[in-house]
Design a protein around this ligand. Sequence first.
Ligand SMILES: Cc1ncc(COP(=O)(O)O)c(C=O)c1O
Length: 329
Amino acid sequence: MLEILDLPRQSAVGFGTSATACGLSCLSAARSSLLTSLGWDFENDGLIGAPEIRVVIPDTAHITVKKALRILGFGLNRIVYAPTDEYGRVDPAQLPAIDERTILCLQAGEVNTGEFDPFNEIIPMVKKAGAWVHVDGAFGLWARASKNSKHLTSGIDGADNWTTDGHKWLNTPYDGAIAICRDKDALARAMNSDAAYSTASASAQKNLSLEFSGRARGIPIWAALRTLGKDGVADMIDQHIRQAKYVASELQDLGYDVLNRVVLNQVLVRAERDEITQSIIEAAQSTGRVWFGATVWQNRLAFRISFSSWRTNDAHVERLMKVLAELYH
Ligand SMILES: Cc1ncc(COP(=O)(O)O)c(C=O)c1O
């Protein structure tokens, strides 16, 4: 994992059920670690009386990051939202105040636009201030394995922890996700579940993820990586990015409004009116030949074409274009 995602090789890697769960374990490691540096033993003394930790997240953060923070007791009304630009990326010029009591969440692959926060500009600055940086890369972290688009993730390795899924872009079965934490001890401390009858090392999976018992989630992920190899993973990612870019340009030619600039595998599209967009989504789904879902982007209904299946070939892409051409006119 660390090699293919080119992340700090000393990191701990925990395999969990989902990016939601792995995000939760990473964020609890983040809080524990910041509190330890502030002289507070969170594991033993808990939250009452602890120094306050602020959490800053992009205003486009995925709902499951908010869920994890909510469960961890941060409170949705206390979260500070970082304003984002037209692409859905955190705007460094408008970044809220960050200090050694801050967890900053960033995104690799915004769920609608597929965009990446400007890690190079933000991470060195906030690390200097003593903050902890968590990256949600449920699907987008795989751009790091790409031959053509790795630059999108430039500077991401300066963060403290990262989550990604096997069950999205790597195409492993549900449920397999990965929590990666630069500070092995921080994750192992937050997730420790040693008991008299089942002690284990700090690198045991039960000490790196939420589950005490569980199937070997790393195996399907390992198998996918072994099967595809580095080149195979890169080819799959690059193929989907190429397909997304192609579809965006064809849809523009047809008169659709493509709302994002398509850097990754997401194409965000709408027709001139929400009613037409809605009827195109329903009609496309009812063909049984293609599938994409609805979303809301900047207060308007849109549809979100997402390329991620290893099976999607160029003939499928042409079929999608045919369906969308027929539905628009
Ligand atoms: C950007 C992003 N983050 C987090 C998640 C949550 O992932 P999971 O479904 O594995 O919990 C998703 C899922 O769609 C996502 O797209």
